[in-house]
Design a binder for this molecule. Structure first.
Ligand code: ADP
Length: 852
């Protein structure tokens, strides 16, 4: 043993008592230490010691140390292994212990135990060294033969193992380099041996004896391995020589078997792909790139990940509609009829679309602004886009841009990325299979922005007629001509569309619908569509107009018709169940007469014998057709009404006024509430207001304070300074929704005027308008949506700024007829119109007037 002979181990060694495992010289063992004596040894000898000598300990096998400190030391095994502690790792879990890594150096025998506590220390005699020097010459011949025999077995054993494993190769080298005497110990600790056998080897102090004892162990291991290899033979072949196996198989392979076919097939596929590439009508630049790629593909082994990538790329290139287009059939008269048939109302939008199409018919080119429909959800923006595609005889594809915040969503990922793919535009073209579809870019106002670039910037290129004939998707990496694609965009508001993008588009506002329009849309389009979808016929279900109106006013509050459509769907589902049950029951002979339902028949205009669905709740009675949906049935199906006309109730105290607000979802009525209390003149605003709205509130208060005397407005203590000892709280309900804008100015003034005068604001009046400190009323936006909201809410009068008069022309005649408009240019006029009998001004003002 080279190491053993070189090191003189100390004559006094601390002893580590191990129970499991036997450490032999030349091998390494990990052992857990938790008994008090062993722990002490680690702590005071290994962790505190600083010299190399202090890391040498004696490992005594097969002796479990008692768990308690005071227990007597058990009898120790006579022979042990001097070892070097290489590593100590401490842990507190599950109980305090150390894990020791020790490497065996040489055998020793205990001569005398010097002390037992805190850990045993013994005087020792180094054995291996004595053996080497005394016996080496004496028995060289005999040992030579034995060691030669041992060496051969050892080599045989190691070579049976997988030499590609680095540790095995290293072991093979060690067999040649190590002194032969060291081999029995090392191999015994490597091969499968029991603790008992290892102990015997440790005890075999004489080298000759050790060789003799280990040879049978080696032979046993070799036989075991042979047996194992016999049973595993075929599999081992497989994984040992994966690379070499293919050519050998080819030689003795019978043609016609599946693998051959597969490879042939793959080869055929590539040839086919090449053929497709050559015959496809792709641009010259694209063809060049594809041919280069297919050349690379042919040389690539299929197992390479790039093979699949390249193939996918080439397949996409072949599939793209480079030159394939549908023939436009554009006839303006037909287009008008189709648009009218598909959509009720929306005259302005239809007019502009027809103009656009007419220009296209005359000019036969697409260069022109991109149409962008802006309006609340559910007003038919997408659906008009679809109709345009239909009138042109083109394919339609919708690209949802809501939430897209990565420009590679539009322009694709470069092919170097794992999982790269083309952008949505190229994907859309692949889906429709023609190069002149109608692309609807839905929700351009909801494009996001992130670190991955600005998708709006990528869209600019797509939408610019000057650039888009050579749009380069990062994945394709060659230009694709998008100039034949007709782009239409939709948005809820223009406020969040990036200005550069807005500049490329022509905005067409699509306002919300009036109640009458909604009823018409429901009966002309939505109900027939829902009936068809649910397999019902008009003979089975009847929804009178009053019911539709009920759904519109009591179950939905929206500018568009999407919720209305959903509610109608729910009704159809409920009726479908009844109809299906009825068909089932009809076979039963004993049908009872339906006695109830008299009151609901009042609503029915038709003569047909009808029956309310609510009255057919008893399943024993099959319904009679058609099933009439009256208000009771509505309640049964949709639950109690969600919205009630609450306007008059809420205006029953002073300090409340109704304003009109514009949101991307359409117009809405908004209650403004005010209250006053004793305080120090503070103004509190609640309801998530933006800065502009807060300023409006301050403006309103200031104007009222400066005009309090004129209007005889006083606070609780009778002072004309309204904030004297008084706090004011203004609240804008629906507190979770952020509100901003200047148009609430007039409403706040009216609300405060009502609070301080103690008079009620008329319950049927709503208002909008910006105010100035001098009391002028300035124009605001969104008048049409706001007026529609007032109409929806059943209000009768609307106060709007004088300068918004022109906007009234856009409003449907029937709505205008239902409402009275007050055009105000100053706040006096607003207040006069908002209170019954006007809001009197102190005569002093009249005197002033007469002077003028
Ligand atoms: P948007 O794109 O504006 O959110 P959609 O186009 O998806 O709304 O319209 C929602 C539903 O309402 C569609 O089923 C559509 O057919 C219907 N719809 C909306 N407006 C009209 C209309 N004027 N005439 C007929 N159907 C309409």
């Amino acid at each position: 043993m080279a190491a053993g002979s070189a090191i003189q181990i100390p004559s006094r060694l601390p002893l580590l008592l191990t129970h499991e495992g036997v450490l032999l010289p030349g091998s390494t063992m990990r052992t857990s230490v938790d008994s008090p004596r062993n722990m002490q040894l680690v702590r005071s000898r290994l962790l505190k010691g600083t010299s190399l000598r202090s890391t040498i300990i004696g490992v005594i096998p097969n002796t479990s140390d008692p768990t308690s400190d005071c227990d007597d030391l058990p009898s120790l095994h006579r022979i042990g292994t001097a070892a070097l502690a290489v590593q100590v790792v401490g842990s507190n879990w599950p109980k305090p212990h150390y894990t020791l890594l020790v490497t065996g150096l040489c055998r020793f025998q205990i001569l005398q135990l010097l002390k037992e506590k805190p850990y045993p220390v013994a005087e020792v005699e180094q054995l291996d060294r004595l053996e080497q020097f005394t016996n080496q010459h004496k028995s060289e011949e005999e040992l030579g033969e034995l060691s030669e025999q041992f060496y051969k077995y050892a080599v045989q054993l190691v070579e049976m193992l997988d030499m590609s494993v680095p540790a095995v190769a290293k072991l093979r080298r060690l067999l040649d380099n190590l002194p032969r005497e060291a081999l029995p110990d090392i191999l015994t600790s490597i091969i499968r041996t029991s603790n008992q056998e290892k102990l015997q080897i440790l005890d075999a102090v004489r080298l000759e004896e050790r060789f003799k004892m280990t040879i049978p162990l080696l032979v046993r291991q070799i036989e075991g391995l042979k047996l194992l290899q016999k049973t595993r033979k075929p599999k081992q072949d497989d994984d040992k020589r994966v690379v070499a196996i293919r050519p050998t198989r080819r030689i003795n392979h019978i043609p016609g078997t599946t693998e051959d076919e597969e490879e042939e097939e793959d080869h055929d596929d590539v040839v086919m792909l090449e053929k497709k590439i050559r015959t496809s009508s792709m641009s010259e630049q694209a063809l060049k790139v594809c041919l280069k790629e297919i050349k690379r593909l042919k040389k690539m082994p299929q197992s390479m990940p790039e093979y699949a990538l390249t193939r996918n790329y080439l397949e996409l290139m072949v599939e793209l509609p480079w030159n394939k287009s549908t023939k436009d059939r554009l006839e303006i008269r037909a287009a008008r009829i189709l648009l009218d048939n598909d959509h009720y109302a929306m005259e302005k939008l239809k007019k502009r679309v027809l103009e656009y199409l007419a220009v296209r018919q005359l000019k036969n080119n697409l260069k022109g602004p991109i149409l962008c429909f802006v309006g609340p959800p559910g007003v038919g923006k997408t659906s008009v886009g679809r109709s345009i595609a239909k009138t042109l005889g083109r394919e339609f594809h919708r690209i949802a841009l809501g939430g897209v915040c990565d420009q590679s969503d539009i322009r694709g990922h470069r092919r170097t990325y794992v999982g790269s793919m083309p952008g949505r535009i190229i994907n859309g073209l692949k889906t429709v299979g023609v190069n002149n579809p109608v692309f609807l870019l839905d929700e351009v106002d909801k494009l996001g922005k992130s670190l991955q670039g600005d998708p709006a910037a990528a869209l600019l290129e797509v939408l610019d007629p000057e650039q888009n004939h050579s749009f380069t998707d990062h994945y394709l990496n060659v230009a694709f001509d998008l100039s034949q694609v007709l782009f239409i965009a939709t948005a809820n508001t223009t406020a969040t569309i990036p200005p550069a993008l807005l500049d490329r588009m022509e905005i067409i506002q699509v306002p919300g619908y009036t109640q009458e329009e909604k009823i018409e849309i429901a009966h002309r389009h939505l109900i027939p569509k829902q009936l068809e979808q649910h397999g019902l016929t008009p003979q089975q279900i009847q929804i009178p107009q009053v019911t539709t109106l009920d759904i519109i006013t009591r179950y939905t509050r929206e500018a568009g018709v999407r919720s209305l459509d959903r509610k109608l769907g729910a009704i159809c589902r409920a009726v479908a169940v009844k109809v299906a049950e009825g068909q089932h029951k009809e076979t039963k002979p004993d049908r009872a007469e339906v006695g109830e339902g008299e009151d609901c028949k009042e609503h029915v205009t038709e003569d047909a014998k009808t029956e309310s669905i609510s009255d057919t709740a008893d399943l024993a009675l099959p319904p009679e057709m058609p099933i009439l949906i009256d208000f009771h049935a509505l309640k049964d199906i949709l639950g109690p009404p969600m919205y009630e006309m609450e306007v008059s109730e809420r205006l029953s105290q002073p300090g409340v006024a109704i304003g009109l607000a514009w949101t991307p979802l359409g117009g809405e009525i908004m209650f403004v509430e005010a209250s006053r209390m004793d305080g120090e003149g503070q103004l509190t605003l609640t309801g998530q207001l933006g800065d502009v709205m807060k300023e409006s509130a301050h403006l309103a208060i200031s104007w009222l304070r400066s005009n309090a005397k004129r209007y005889q407005l006083a606070n609780a203590s009778g002072s004309f300074d309204l904030l004297d000892n008084t706090d004011i709280h203004l609240h804008f309900p629906a507190g979770a929704v952020t509100k901003d804008g200047p148009s609430a100015g007039v409403t706040i003034v009216t609300c405060l005027a009502s609070l301080f005068s103690g008079r009620l604001v008329c319950s049927d009046v709503a208002m909008t308008g910006e105010i100035t400190l001098r009391g002028l009323v300035l124009p605001v936006g969104g008048i049409k949506d706001k007026v529609l909201a007032a109409h929806r809410a059943g209000l009768k009068r609307v106060i709007i700024p004088q300068r918004n008069e022109k906007d009234l022309e856009e409003i449907a005649v029937n709505v205008r007829q239902d409402l009275t408009f007050v055009l105000a240019s100053c706040l006096d006029e607003v207040l006069n119109a908002a209170f019954d009998g006007g809001f009197a001004v102190k005569p002093r003002v009249e005197r002033l007037n007469s002077k003028l």
